[in-house]
Design a protein around this ligand. Structure first.
Ligand SMILES: [Zn+2]
Ligand SMILES: [Zn+2]
Length: 395
């Protein structure tokens, strides 16, 4: 099937779509699933595809239909212009599958074919979750709101997601870990309200710029003085805007920051301490400021038993040398975290560096040069299918 999976992947890669509405990608997935013994439904508020495969062999330990396992692939691209010059490169300027979600979609469609061929011997039910809007649109949460976790009539006993990496991992290496797998990501929007005036007479105005600068550095002090070094946080101010020219003091300054945290405790401490610090610094200078702390994605936490099961499955199917237990979590974030808040499961990374590139220097996911090798597709497809088969057999 490898060639067929690669063909689907290339078709999706050529026509990337960003966000929650991916009609062309959805159509390709529906075509790939056509004719399989699946109960298929599509999203109302987003172009998701949920497919349910009910097995014919029932486990005695569970309810009559056997347990349910969920497999997830995200389908959306990024607003990035592709610079790879691959034969199947994006034909859409300003959109690219730079995070490799095209590979996930093709691999999960392949797994649906593999598992459908074994429907009679499947001791339970598989939910295939094809999800739009992972890159900042919380598509997984929207699919949960629309009922994906109840699509089989019974909650899944386990949920798994695969994610390819263009760097760090050698091609074909799988990596997971028990507990915290990825960071929580939140956004802070700060507006400092001052009073504009002539730049030569700052005492007659209320200059928001030095106050906003003080906030940026104070946030870094907050990171080192208020958080346990063994439960770290990241705060990065990625956007800072104020003023129009050198001799005018502006009325306000604005900046945006992202935060990353690895525990619920640190995350809630950030949400409390950051707005307080911003407000107090503004007050100290006789100005006012707003800090809006917007929760984006929670910490992605792998269930210890399910991460162990995934690692054992990888070792059994591909050999122990293909399974890495990651030493550290990843500072990126994932909306699969919303699924793992409700269902025990594991998020697994898969190296997909092209041959001849050094994983340590290869362009990263989200780069216009990011390249994911087709060689990873067959193994990713096999892992999705093996995880479902073996986990259902456990009951
Ligand atoms: Zn991404
Ligand atoms: Zn991604």
């Amino acid at each position: 099937m490898a060639a067929e999976i690669a063909e689907l992947r290339h078709a999706i890669h050529r026509e990337p779509e960003v966000g929650l509405d991916l009609p062309k990608t959805q159509a390709k997935v529906l075509a790939a699933l056509d004719g399989l013994p699946l109960e298929i439904s599509t999203g109302r508020g987003l172009s998701s595809v949920t497919a349910v495969l009910r097995g014919g062999a029932h486990s005695r330990a569970h309810s009559r239909a056997g347990p349910v396992v969920l497999l997830r692939a995200d389908m959306d691209a990024l607003p990035v212009t592709e610079e790879t010059e691959l034969p199947y490169a994006s034909a859409i300027p300003g959109a690219m599958h730079a995070c490799g979600h095209d590979t996930h979609t093709a691999m999960l469609a392949g797994a649906a074919q593999l598992l459908s061929a074994r429907q009679a011997e499947l001791p339970g039910t598989v939910i295939f979750m094809f999800q739009p809007g992972e890159e900042g649109y919380a598509g997984a949460r929207l699919m949960i709101d629309e009922g994906v976790l109840d699509a089989a009539g019974e909650r899944p006993v386990a949920a798994y997601a695969l994610h390819v990496s263009a760097q760090r991992l050698p091609c074909g290496m799988f990596s997971t870990r028990p507990g915290t797998m990825l960071a929580a990501a939140d956004q802070i929007t700060v507006t400092v309200h001052g009073r504009g005036g002539h730049a030569s007479m700052p005492h007659r105005a209320a200059d928001p710029i030095p106050v906003a600068c003080e906030m940026v550095t104070a946030l870094q002090t907050l990171v080192t003085r208020k958080f346990d070094v063994f439960d770290p946080v990241v705060i990065t101010v990625g956007s800072f805007h104020a003023g129009t020219t050198d001799n005018v003091i502006p009325d306000e300054a604005r900046f945006l920051a992202t935060t990353r945290s690895f525990s619920r405790e640190s995350r809630s401490a950030l949400a409390e301490l950051v707005p307080r610090l911003i407000g107090d610094i503004a007050r100290g200078h006789g100005l006012t400021a707003e800090a809006i702390y917007a929760g984006e994605y929670p910490v992605t936490v792998n269930d210890a038993a399910e991460a162990g099961f995934a690692a054992e499955t990888i070792a059994a199917v591909f050999g122990p040398e293909r399974s890495e237990l990651a030493e550290f979590p990843i500072t990126g974030a994932e909306d699969f975290s919303f699924v793992l808040e409700q269902v025990p499961g594991a998020f697994v990374m898969l190296g997909a560096c092209p041959p001849g590139t050094d994983p340590l220097t290869a362009p990263t996911n989200h780069s216009g040069m990011a390249t994911f090798d087709d060689a990873a597709l067959a193994d990713g497809t096999a892992l999705y299918a093996e995880l479902a088969l073996r986990r259902l057999a456990l009951g």
